[in-house]
Ligand binder design. Sequence first.
Ligand SMILES: [Zn+2]
Length: 318
Amino acid sequence: MWTSLNSEDNMIYEMFKVALQLEEPWKLMHVEFDDKEEAWHLFIDFERGSTFACPACGAESKAYDAEVKKWRHLDFWNWKTYMHARVPRTNCRTCKKVTQVPVKWSRPLSHFTLHFEAWAMRLMAEMPVNAAARELREHDTRMWRIFHHYIEKAMDELDWTRVKQIAIDETSSRRGHRYITLFVDVQAKTVLFATEGKGMDTLGRFKEQLSAKGASAEQIQDVCCDMSPAFIRGIQEYFPQAEITFDKFHVMKLVNEAVDDVRIQEQKHAPELKHTKYIWLKNESNLKREQKETLARLKDSHLQTGRAYRLKLAMQEF
Ligand SMILES: [Zn+2]
């Protein structure tokens, strides 16, 4: 049931008025609440005869007509809160155009106030979008719309013209069924671009994106990536002037695999190597005491595995 609170001296009305901080010519007219849906409805309107600035040229004119709109605002006392207002259009004499007047509390076409969207974005930064949608009691497609709007806006505002060093990495989603390649500006530590796949064509798409952003492939001096042949070919094809650096993590992974291969081969005739796999792969400081003792005994022996291990340590130093 909707209950109306419309007397000016009502305390709840006064509280909402303070909370909304509306500016002229907007005014909170009355408040209603729906105890079944647990929602507040705040009705705002402008004074008759008010003038509004034309969004294009700034000339003031009276409302030509108005459209009733509704926005979800921040919750009050845990109830959903909606703002309702007639949003005017002006018929500007200078521009000869009918335009909707922007309102301070929301961006055009959004069904939420800016405060609500800021709250939603904070939640979505901390948790998956569907979890945030549950928390906010909204459908997740509406949350995705907010998310895309602000992410695209932030991406549009990124300046790519000074990017020199990039890092590329692939990641998989949905249990490895879908690959995504990420391009990161190393100096700014910002993700610039994400695209599906993990092949050399991802570099071609990144190159296209660079020119779309007013930058060029030639300005890329260094590319850091894992040792994937597809990335290497892509860099040679699309960024031939760039130096390729392999990141340490991926190099050490390959070195560890090589050490393990040597051990597997050698333990066939060197039984003392049985059950020593992790002794050679982990950092020494992470080993248990008896593992450390085994390592000390074996690493400087005649074993090929010991030699491979010493090369690995040298590589780590490097
Ligand atoms: Zn105008």
